[in-house]
Structures are given as structure tokens and as C-alpha cells.
Design a binder for this molecule. Structure first.
Ligand code: SF4
Ligand code: SF4
Length: 399
């Protein structure tokens, strides 16, 4: 998210001692505002730009067209195309809870449950972090006594932010493509501020600590992690369950397991998270019934109930149709016949996307009740794609 279209020239550079002092005060204020990590990188073109271009050329950005559009490509090549006066990039990190902190379901409640990526358990980080970034900029302007040209982003900007995080001394990029801090692990949200003001830069002091480890590559349910520390979004469950708007490819549906929004597998297995704190910033504390939702209840969410439950939550990004699509797939993977009534209801949902995935799930369960529901739906279904899903699922049924 950018602010203030400010074409004013960069102010005269501060003497070194004053620059160092201002940088220290800015960092102290960032920590007082709740950022766990803060560092400063010089504003210069990223060295990983060719890797990003190669990633695009191979189509690894999948349906994320905004990653590939010409304007943003150019801006990623040099942050000074976003802010010509840019002299420094302040990179910030905030911890959120680890997946291992997910509350356990009550004993004796065996209903199938989904799993939500830990960053999405609480309030939307965009809203939380933008407020903190604004306050940090206000502090800086009060300290300098004049407006400072700036742009800030919380993961949405055309900035290769992990490289700047490394340059700012916040960690290293692991083989899973995530930024890892040796003490805080990888459950980190990143933000950055491009500043038309030269601050004292940090140096990339943290070297690669992945060593010979390959746990994330082996554990990834879809083999989405590429050898060059990037991820093929076409296969990544985070992309498929959040950004992808359409049908989930049938061969990847079983790989979703119980994930209904995002995926943390490549962080869960990382040894650097084992020694990191379990809990993160309280602003992202889990909302009730979000981390491990009861799948049959989620599939029954009306549009109003969905909006109410996920108001101000990152889960709204998937929209009801995407989230319930994922829920249906997770129910199919659970294979629990007790879910048949909920899935039969799913076959009557107004959204064809949900009906089609509910049909797939019933085919996975293929009890006589599941098959009867499919036969009934085939007779009534108006959408040709959903009819094809039902017909495919009926192949698992006797007769
Ligand atoms: S988020 Fe999940 S699917 Fe994506 S790369 Fe990591 S382990 Fe693989
Ligand atoms: S699991 Fe191992 S290889 Fe993967 S990011 Fe963590 S340390 Fe690196």
C-alpha cells in the first residue's frame, strides 16, 4: 500500500552521527510499536531480479497476474522507480503464532476439522501493520521536523522484500523461500518503508543456516518447492486455497489434506521454528473456531454468516466460494460418512464451484447415502461442469 504522491526532492543528507542517532531512535520506536525485527537496507536495485524474471517466465506465478504486469515488473527492478527520492528501505518483521500453537479440539469431539494457516487465525495483518507503519512515519517526521517522502507496503507492493530483509540483517531466505531469523524462526510478517531519507544501513550479517537440511522440500505435500528457494505457485496449497479462484485440479485435491486456507507444512517441519517462540504478536491471536474449524459447520455458512465470521480476517480474501470449495475438498479427504448430510446440502449451494467440489467429496466417501445424493443431484444439476464432476464421482459408486 502506498501513500502520499510526494515529488519533493530528497532533503540534504544528515551528518553521519545525526543519521546514526536518528536510525537508532527509529528502530526503538518500531519496537515500541510492536515490530519484532527492524533493519535498514540501502535503496538500490535488487540482485535477485533476474531470478524473479525467470520465475515469471516459467509461469510459476500461476494466476497472480499482478506479479507479472509490465508496470510492476519495472518497479521491482529498482525501488527508485516507485519513489525516485528513495535512499533507504526500512524493513520490519512481526511474529505470529506457530501452527504448533493451534488449540486442540475438545476431547470426544471427533468431527472432521480443517486447518488454517497460522497467519490467518486473527485480524488481518494488513490492517494491523498499516496502522503501525503510519505511526512510525509520523514519528520520523516529528523527529526530523519536516515531511519525508515515503511509500510503505505490507507484502502487497512491487518490492522484492525478502532480499531487502536479508540486506537489512533480518535473516536469510531458506530453501522453502521464507525469510528465517535464527531466534524468531520463519512465522514472520514483513513490511517495508521506502524513504526519501538516508538512514544508517545495516549489513546482511546472518548467513544461510539451512546447511544440508531438506526437510521442507521432502515434506511439501505437492513438491511445490523449487531448487532455487522459490515456490511454483501452480502447485502450492497456499496459492490454490487462497488466490486461485477456480476449480482445484483433481490430482491435487487429495494433497490438500485438511488445509482449508493456506498451508504451513514447510514452516512446521523447519528446525529453526522448533527453537523459536510458540506464540507471536497478540494482535494476531486466534479468533474462536478459526484455527481448526469443524468442517461440516463451515460448509453450512451462509453468505451473511461467512461475512460475519470473517469480518476483518485474512480469510475473506478467498471469498465464501473459495473457502467453502476448500472445506468440501477437506471433507472428501477426511472420508467421514457423517459428513454426507452437510455435503448433500453443499450440492444445493447457489455457487457451482461449491457444488462441484461437494460432489467430488461425496465420491471420495462413496457410501450408499453419498451415492444416492450424487444420483439425485445429477438429475437436478443445471451446470455442465458440475454435472461432469458428479458423473466422475459416481464412477466410485456401485452400479
Ligand atoms: S506452503 Fe505448503 S504447498 Fe506451499 S510450498 Fe510450503 S509446504 Fe509446499
Ligand atoms: S526445513 Fe531445512 S532446508 Fe527448509 S528452510 Fe528450514 S532449515 Fe532450510
Amino acid at each position: 500500500m502506498a501513500t502520499r504522491p510526494d515529488p519533493s526532492p530528497a532533503p540534504a543528507p544528515l551528518p553521519q552521527a545525526a543519521r546514526r542517532d536518528l536510525t537508532q531512535r527509529l528502530k526503538a520506536q518500531a519496537q515500541a510499536l510492536g515490530f519484532d525485527l527492524v533493519g535498514v537496507a540501502p535503496c538500490s536495485p535488487p540482485e535477485t531480479y533476474p531470478l524473479y524474471l525467470a520465475w515469471l517466465e516459467k509461469g510459476h506465478h500461476a494466476g497472480m497476474g499482478y506479479m507479472a504486469n509490465e508496470r510492476n515488473r519495472g518497479r521491482r527492478a529498482d525501488p527508485r522507480r516507485i519513489l525516485p527520492q528513495c535512499r533507504s528501505i526500512v524493513v520490519l518483521g512481526v511474529r505470529y503464532a506457530q501452527q504448533a500453537a493451534a488449540p486442540s479440539p475438545p476431547p470426544h469431539d471427533a468431527r472432521p476439522r480443517g486447518r488454517v494457516a497460522a497467519y490467518a487465525w486473527g485480524d488481518d495483518y494488513h490492517d494491523v501493520l498499516v496502522e503501525r507503519l503510519r505511526r512510525l512515519i509520523a514519528f520520523l517526521e516529528a523527529e526530523t521536523g519536516h515531511p519525508v517522502s515515503h511509500r510503505y507496503y505490507t507484502d502487497t507492493g512491487p518490492v522484492l522484500e525478502r532480499e531487502y530483509a536479508v540486506r537489512a540483517g533480518l535473516g536469510w531466505v531458506g530453501k522453502n523461500g521464507m525469510l528465517i531469523h535464527p531466534r524468531l524462526g520463519s512465522y514472520l510478517l514483513l513490511a517495508e518503508i521506502l524513504l526519501g531519507l538516508a538512514l544508517e544501513p545495516d549489513s546482511p550479517t546472518i548467513t544461510d543456516h539451512c546447511g544440508t537440511c531438506t526437510r521442507c522440500l521432502e515434506a511439501c505435500p505437492t513438491q511445490a518447492i523449487l531448487p532455487n528457494r522459490s515456490v511454483d505457485a501452480n502447485r502450492c496449497l497456499s496459492y490454490l486455497t487462497i488466490e486461485h479462484r477456480g476449480v482445484i485440479p483433481p490430482d491435487l485435491r487429495p494433497r490438500l489434506g485438511d488445509w482449508v486456507f493456506g498451508c504451513d507444512v514447510c514452516q512446521m517441519v523447519c528446525p529453526w521454528n522448533r527453537r523459536a517462540p510458540l506464540w507471536g504478536d497478540p494482535a494476531f491471536a486466534p479468533r474462536p473456531h478459526v484455527p481448526r474449524p469443524v468442517l461440516t459447520e463451515e460448509l453450512a455458512l451462509s453468505p451473511q454468516a461467512f461475512n460475519q465470521k470473517f469480518k476483518g480476517s485474512p480469510i475473506k480474501r478467498a471469498k465464501r466460494r473459495g473457502y467453502l470449495r476448500n472445506v468440501a475438498v477437506a471433507l472428501g479427504n477426511a472420508g467421514d460418512p457423517s459428513a454426507v448430510p452437510a455435503l448433500r446440502q453443499g450440492l444445493r449451494d447457489p455457487e457451482p464451484l461449491i457444488r462441484g467440489h461437494a460432489a467430488w467429496a461425496l465420491g471420495q466417501i462413496h457410501t450408499p447415502e453419498a451415492c444416492a445424493a450424487l444420483r439425485q443431484a445429477l438429475a437436478d444439476e443445471p451446470d455442465p461442469q458440475v454435472r461432469a464432476e458428479i458423473a466422475q464421482s459416481l464412477r466410485a459408486c456401485p452400479g
